[in-house]
Each structure stands twice: as structure tokens, then as C-alpha cells.
Design a protein around this ligand. Structure first.
Ligand code: G4P
Length: 529
């Protein structure tokens, strides 16, 4: 197959949702369609479920929370599908934000009864900022839920999307009869049997066809006719270009648990979802079809084997072919590295791969060379953009609890920060170290990992910080900047890259500083540079 054909057949995407909306179940069903896992009643078993959430960390197994983000790949109708799994737990939201820099599109799962929830809002906002094409899947139609039109309104208002329904439910919950597929112009009748033949749809190209009344009853048929008329009256017709630009979002309804509406989603997805897209670097826009390999690290996974401190760096291939045993330039370190056992991901397994193409993810064994955001090339100096740090929500001092192990502690902290587990700030005044995280759970993860992987012990001490604001000064020599640094000395720190950060103790203090020092800008993400 030609290089271009390999690129065109790839679909790399992420599924985002609020926890419990059905992301894992949908992932499993997609894998099932790809033949990547066997049906044989295994779908509901914990084994597959664990596989589908790809938990490598013991701590994650203990907690039963999908801490990790990983890759599940399968073939479907000639397409190579790469699903980048994203943790739903809000404490790991930053992991998910970073993974979104590596996807070419997204499927948003919404629970029909709960509607748009908090985590979905946040994640969709990030996708909107990046104009990522999104498909919405409204799940659990076998349960009583909100009215379809009310839900579509909610999706538009709360998520700021412009929807175009491509399927529409016939009834709901107890009364759920099936789905009319506006995209394929057919009907899929619901039987509640997840093992039945999934291809079984009935073509209804004209809704006036009396066959419709026979299939679902006259009253449901009439309601459907009215509703579809309303749909075409209210919502814009689907437009692939608008979808690809992130301006229009098609919506599907279904029930992942019952394997219902999933094939329709997948068939439409492979048709409309973009193949790997060009990516902006600080230097230039890089096209996937360029012959030279480039890629970037969006995720680092640690302690695959707690006895070895090796890590797996997940690299998204942006252009060219990635080959085993070929030396590539690690741009930040200005060092050539070659990889004898790059991993590719298939369903829940990983295996060594010779060649990978744009859109693919390779897992590279790493002994501490990589940091999130690092770029690999064939020699060109390129820096891929867009892996920002957001202001953490929680801040604590970290103290060494075992003075004999301070070297191990600092090495551990250093490496965990490179993986993006949390952010480290060093106070300018006294050099004390502050760990900032998105959720409280990370403190336990860090403590556990420092102890089990590095043999170091730590304790925490609370610190009252409202937000970390990255400080940008118009003129670094100005009197105003000097005064700010003098007055706020106690609250100033450096992040790991040496950037100046203001650890504001209250919203008021941040607002006052903004007013008092107009030549300074306070950013809540590190991406401004
Ligand atoms: P998540 O990854 O988004 O957190 O959600 P997950 O797939 O784990 O699904 C959350 C719960 O919702 C699961 O039930 C799952 O079986 C159920 N679910 C998913 N899709 C559907 C659907 O279409 N209809 C109905 N009725 N339920 C659905 P659970 O009881 O938490 O887990 P389990 O014991 O069933 O595995």
C-alpha cells in the first residue's frame, strides 16, 4: 500500500465523556466490531473492561479508576482505527487535555438521562478551542431519559455546539423501538438483544412508505415523521467541511450496552472523520504526507514493571514513516536516539513494530530522556506546539520524610513532573518545593510512586494558593516589574522551565495585582509563549 493510502486510511480519535456515560462500554463495542476482541459473552466481564481501560499501574488497579491513558487500535473495513483512551476521572483531566493534542477527532458520549455533565463541558471546551471535529453519541436510549429535542438544545447551549442529528430515536426507555438513521436512510429496530446480528437494518428511503407503519405501528410512525420533519426544519443539514472545521457536530443516538446504534456511528465515523491532519510547530506547519518523520511525545507511562524504572513514551507520528532502529533527533536534548523495540498497539496488546505511519502512536521505551511535549525528527529543528500546563487547582509543600534518601526523592519528583503527573514550583524566597495538581488524588499517586519506584518518602503541608499565574512583563527592567517582585516576593516561584509564576493566594489578590501592575500580564496557562 502506498504511503498516502496508509495515511488516508487512518483515523486517530479520542472518546470523551463524564464518568459513567458509557465511554468504556462504547470502546469495547467498537473493538468488538473491529474483531479485536471476541464477543462470546466476554464483553461485560471485568477482564475485557480492564483491558479496554488499559490500566498499567498497580495503584490504578487498586482504585479501579482509569488513571492511565492508552491506545487501542483495530482494523475496520480497511481503516486503521486508533482510539486514544482518556481518563474520565476529573483529577486526571490534564492527562486528557494532553491526549487531545494527539487526536484528529473526538466522539463525545452523553448519557440520555443525565444530559450534559460538568466534565463533558470542560473537555468539549478544549476541543472547541482547537477546532477538533466532534461527533456526539447520546447513549443509554434503552433507559428513560430526556426528550431528544431538549437534549439537542442542551448540547447546543451548554457545549456551544451546532448540531446536525444523523440519527433519531423512535421512543425511549421502556418504549424504545429503534433508531431512524438519517445518514443511511434506514431503520434499526431495537430488540434489547446485544448478541443479535448487528447488520440487520431495514431500508426506508421514504418515510411515507407504509412499511414504516407496519414496522413500528401507526402512531410511532406518525410521530417519527413529524419529528424528522422538525429535525430538517430546525437543524442544518450535515456538511462534511463544516464538521471537519469544528463548526458543525453530527449527533447519533444509541445504546452502547445493547450494541445498538454503534455500527451506524462507526460506519459514519470512518466515512467522515478526518485522516491525520497537518500540525503546527513553532517553526512551520507540517503536513502528514511529508516524507521525513516527525512526531511528538504526548504521554509518558511509568512503572510498567515496578522492578525496572523504565517508562513508555507515547509518540504521535505527525509526518513520514517511523522505523525501528533508525536514529532520530531528540530536538530538546540535541541527541540522536534509536529505538530497537518500538511498540505498536493492537486492541489491548502491544507488539514490536517495524514501520508506523502518520496518525499512529508508537510507544518508546525510555530511561528518562523524554518529557511531555518533546519532538523527534530526522534532523530538522522543530518544536510542536500546544501542550500547555494549566494552573493547578491544589497546592502543597512537599517535604522529605527520609533525609537519607533525598537524592532519590529529587530524582523521583523530577521524573514524575516530566511525565506530567503534576507541576513543580520552587519558591524564589527560600527554595521550598510546591507541588500543584488538578485533583487531590495525585498527591497519593505521587507519594505511592515515590515510595515504590524511587524508595523515597515524602510528606505534604498545605499551602493556601488560589491559582498559579504565569507572569509576563512588557519590560523586564521596568520599575513596575521590580516593585511587583519586591512586594509579592513571598508568592513568587519558578516552574520547571524556569518561568516566573505568581502563586496568588486569592482571587482578590490576583485581580489587585492585575490592576496595580498594568504592564504585567498574568496567564492561567503556560501556553502564552
Ligand atoms: P465510563 O467508561 O464512561 O465511565 O462508563 P462505562 O462504560 O463504564 O459505563 C457506566 C455504566 O453504564 C456501566 O454500568 C455500563 O454497563 C452502563 N451502560 C453503558 N452503556 C449503557 C447503555 O447503553 N444502556 C444502559 N442501560 N447502561 C449502559 P455499571 O453498572 O456501572 O457497570 P457494569 O457492572 O454494568 O459493568
Amino acid at each position: 500500500m502506498s504511503f498516502t493510502a496508509e495515511i488516508n486510511r487512518r483515523r486517530t480519535f479520542g472518546i470523551v465523556s463524564h464518568p459513567d456515560a458509557g465511554k468504556t462500554t462504547l470502546t469495547e463495542k467498537l473493538l468488538l466490531f473491529g474483531g479485536a476482541i471476541q464477543e462470546a459473552g466476554a464483553v461485560k466481564s471485568n477482564k475485557i473492561k480492564k483491558g479496554a481501560t488499559s490500566d498499567f499501574m498497580e495503584i490504578e488497579r487498586q482504585r479501579g479508576i482509569s488513571v492511565a491513558t492508552s491506545v487501542l487500535a483495530f482494523e475496520y473495513r480497511g481503516n486503521k482505527i486508533n482510539i486514544l483512551d482518556t481518563p474520565g476521572h476529573k483529577d486526571f483531566a490534564e492527562d486528557t487535555f494532553r491526549t487531545l493534542t494527539a487526536v484528529d477527532s473526538v466522539i463525545v458520549v452523553i448519557d440520555v438521562a443525565k444530559g450534559v455533565e460538568e466534565q463533558t463541558e470542560k473537555l468539549v471546551q478544549v476541543c472547541r478551542m482547537r477546532n477538533i471535529p466532534m461527533i456526539v453519541f447520546i447513549n443509554k436510549l434503552d433507559r428513560e431519559g430526556k426528550d431528544a429535542f431538549d437534549l439537542l438544545d442542551e448540547v447546543e447551549q451548554k457545549l456551544g455546539l451546532k448540531v446536525s442529528p444523523l440519527s433519531f430515536p423512535i421512543g425511549m426507555g421502556y418504549d424504545f423501538k429503534g433508531i431512524y438513521n438519517l445518514w443511511e436512510k434506514n431503520i434499526n429496530l431495537f430488540t434489547g438483544d446485544s448478541k443479535r446480528d448487528i447488520e440487520e437494518t431495514i431500508e426506508i428511503s421514504d418515510l411515507e412508505d407504509p412499511e414504516l407503519d407496519e414496522l413500528i405501528g401507526e402512531s410511532s410512525a406518525n410521530t417519527l415523521r413529524e419529528e424528522i420533519e422538525l429535525v430538517s426544519g430546525i437543524y442544518p443539514e450535515f456538511d462534511k467541511v463544516a464538521y471537519s472545521n469544528g463548526e458543525l457536530q453530527p449527533v447519533f443516538f444509541g445504546s452502547a450496552l445493547n450494541n445498538f446504534g454503534v455500527r451506524e456511528l462507526l460506519d459514519c465515523f470512518i466515512n467522515i472523520a478526518p485522516s491525520p491532519r497537518p500540525k503546527q510547530s513553532e517553526e512551520r506547519l507540517v503536513e502528514p504526507t511529508e516524507s521525513k518523520f516527525t512526531g511528538f511525545v504526548f504521554k509518558i507511562h511509568a512503572n510498567m514493571d515496578p522492578n525496572h524504572r523504565d517508562r513508555l513514551a507515547f509518540v504521535k507520528i505527525v509526518s513520514g514513516e517511523f522505523k525501528r532502529n533508525v536514529p532520530y533527533l531528540h530536538v530538546r536534548n540535541n541527541k540522536k536516539l534509536k529505538f530497537s523495540s518500538p511498540n505498536a498497539f493492537f486492541a489491548e496488546k502491544k507488539q514490536i513494530v517495524e514501520t508506523s505511519y502518520p496518525g499512529d502512536i508508537v510507544g518508546l521505551h525510555d530511561t528518562g530522556n523524554f518529557k511531555i511535549g518533546d519532538t523527534l525528527t530526522e534532523g530538522e529543528i522543530l518544536h510542536y506546539k500546544g501542550i500547555p500546563s494549566f494552573s493547578p487547582e491544589h497546592f502543597r509543600y512537599i517535604n522529605n520524610a527520609d533525609p537519607l534518601k533525598s537524592k532519590q526523592l529529587y530524582k523521583g519528583i523530577d521524573q514524575l513532573m516530566d511525565e506530567g503527573v503534576a507541576q513543580l514550583f520552587t519558591l524564589e524566597m527560600n527554595g521550598r518545593k510546591v507541588i500543584g495538581t488538578v485533583g487531590a488524588l495525585q498527591y497519593e499517586v505521587i507519594q505511592y510512586r515515590l515510595e515504590h519506584e524511587y524508595g523515597a518518602k515524602c510528606t505534604y503541608e498545605n499551602l493556601n494558593v488560589y491559582k498559579a499565574a504565569w507572569v509576563e512583563a512588557e519590560d523586564e527592567n521596568s520599575e513596575e516589574f521590580k516593585e511587583f517582585k519586591r512586594v509579592k516576593q513571598r508568592y513568587l516561584a519558578q516552574d520547571k522551565a524556569g518561568q516566573l509564576v505568581f502563586l496568588a493566594d486569592s482571587q482578590f489578590s490576583l485581580q489587585m495585582s492585575e490592576q496595580k501592575y498594568p504592564s504585567l500580564t498574568f496567564h492561567l496557562t503556560s501556553e502564552f509563549q
